[in-house]
Design a protein around this ligand. Sequence first.
Ligand SMILES: [Zn+2]
Length: 224
Amino acid sequence: MISLEINEGSRGSITINDFPDICGRCGKPTSPIFKNSQNLGALWDYDEIVEVVFKCSRNECKRYFIAYYSKVGRHGDYFTLAQVGVPEYFKPIEFPNEINMTSPKFRRIYNQAYIAESMGLDEVCGGGYRKSLEYLVKDYLSVKYPERAEEIKKYKTLAPVLALIDDTNIKKCTERAAWLGNDEVHYYRTWTDKDISNLKELIKLTTHWIEAELLTQKYDKEMA
Ligand SMILES: [Zn+2]
């Protein structure tokens, strides 16, 4: 047992079972050096969580990592190591300007789904990708038919949305992406030989065809 001073988050010292013996960064056995600590209060399923920053003592690593300690029992100051990790930074997936201008929310939703997928949340990221597709296609159509924008955004099913798409490639890819997207949010899976990588590929294709149409229109207008 080790006594630990909590530096931030109004809590005095606590007792922890031990320092982590594996570095959260390099994954090798280490005798970590204590750097900082703070009380996070109630978090996840725990009544109280304390976050502790350690530095790996291995010369080949020397990186910081975080250990989370959870309180044992409802009262008292005894905490045990719950998990060790590193702050993640996810480089966002970038899309062409035409896509970002047409649907700023598409990029945001798509990247949230991507972060979920990167963190191993494979059961929920598909729903996020599906949502991003809906924003992309509805925003694209709303820009194309501004007088019908409000109506387009309210459509609850895909059929009236698809009916408005006159480009065959955009229509084909949107429809198939939507089929796979539905598989991600429903109990019964129709396309058993397809998965999230196919859904992402179809969304990517949809962005390409939309971008191609918008760029072609732009040059059509500029060089009439
Ligand atoms: Zn290390």
